[in-house]
Design a protein around this ligand. Structure first.
Ligand SMILES: *Cc1c(COP(=O)(O)O)cnc(C)c1O
Length: 343
């Protein structure tokens, strides 16, 4: 196990805080009369939700084979990214490391919290060069490294993640928003070895529940306690909590979802080969493609004319568009428009 003093990384004011404790959520009752929270006695959603998200954590603990107190629930993993920065980064003084290109939210929340963002440029295959990583951590004082794998918007999984966790003298957040599509092992299994690791997962992608806004952080008990200390007590509403629990309990067919997405990826890869305006399709471990076109601006506009919305990535990634996998009907529409573009 890596030697690490987590407290030396935490903001001083956060270390002194006690988590907000809702009395009713931390005790068992048989037939309670709730006159403690100024709620209405009337209505279907009159009660505050469980601030500890007990039932959901219990379920996830069984599924992931990890202790309940190593799990924090966020209003999407977006909220967890913000909370993690709030726990560790002193406004104005601290910096975070992000891969470039990668998910924009890390930089956005760092900026909102007045923290600097240091960018680690990926190589032409969108991999991290270890030499560059070692250089950047030598030259900068960094609190958090956001490592996204599979990476958005490039689609590839990062090799040898353990190397970065081992060598980074701060918190490493491995964002696994797309892990279910990749067939790769989760870094959750590295938590026992590395007290500086946080793994993020979400119900927004493979689970098909982006509207519910539920993300999960797995880490050490100490870090999870800190995240729970800074979160809003009732950050997950009861409608979302119920929907997510329902989805897990009825064994909502996530496997089927993933299988269908992989089938569509396979179908699309074949179709892409026949399309003139495409220069390169990057390999994907996720539910989207990064595609280089001869003229991405033209393609983007043509798609938009037909109300097909995609994610423009140029000029940051020249001539590239990120396109996610739809259902067959949607994918056929996409291919039809692409086919109509000469070059
Ligand atoms: C989509 C996505 C998320 C998910 O965010 P939620 O707030 O959970 O919806 C997280 N990280 C990455 C890299 C993503 O692409």
């Amino acid at each position: 196990m890596k030697e690490f003093n987590i407290n030396s990384l935490v903001r001083k004011n956060i270390l002194q805080l006690q988590p907000y404790v809702s009395f009713r959520d931390h005790n068992e009752f048989e037939n309670p009369v709730f006159l403690d929270a100024n709620e209405s006695p009337f209505g279907e959603f009159n009660r505050y939700p469980d601030s500890t998200q007990k039932k959901l954590k219990q379920k996830l603990s069984e599924i992931k084979n990890i202790s309940v107190d190593q799990i924090a629930i966020g209003n999407g993993s977006d909220e967890l990214i913000d909370l993690i920065i709030k726990v560790f980064c002193e406004p104005k003084n601290d910096s975070v490391l992000v891969m470039n290109p990668s998910f924009a939210m890390y930089g956005l929340y760092a900026s909102i919290n007045e923290n600097q963002v240091v960018k680690l440029n990926l190589n032409e295959n969108f991999e991290i060069e270890k030499y560059d990583f070692l250089n950047v951590i030598k030259e900068n004082q960094l609190k958090i490294f956001f490592l996204c794998s599979p990476n958005n918007p490039t689609g590839n999984s990062i090799e040898d993640i353990e190397f970065y966790i081992k060598n980074f003298n701060g918190i490493v957040v491995v964002d696994e928003a797309y892990i279910e599509f990749s067939g790769k092992k989760s870094s959750i299994e590295l938590l026992e070895k590395y007290p500086n690791l946080i793994v993020l997962q979400t119900f927004s992608k493979a689970w098909g529940m982006a509207g519910a806004r539920v993300g999960v952080a797995y880490s050490s008990k100490e870090i999870i306690k800190l995240i729970n200390t800074v979160k809003s007590p009732y950050n997950i509403n009861s409608l979302s909590l119920n929907k997510i629990l329902e989805a897990i309990n009825i064994q909502y067919n996530i496997i089927e979802n993933i299988k269908n997405t992989l089938k569509e990826i396979f179908w699309l890869e074949n179709e892409f080969q026949t399309i003139n305006c495409i220069k390169k399709v990057y390999p994907t471990d996720a539910n989207f493609f990064l595609i280089e076109f001869k003229d991405s601006e033209k393609v983007y506009e043509k798609l938009l004319e037909k109300e097909i919305l995609t994610s423009k990535r140029s000029p940051q990634i020249p001539n590239c568009i990120r396109i996610n996998v739809g259902n067959r009907e949607e994918n056929i529409q996409l291919i039809q428009v692409l086919k109509s573009i000469e070059s």
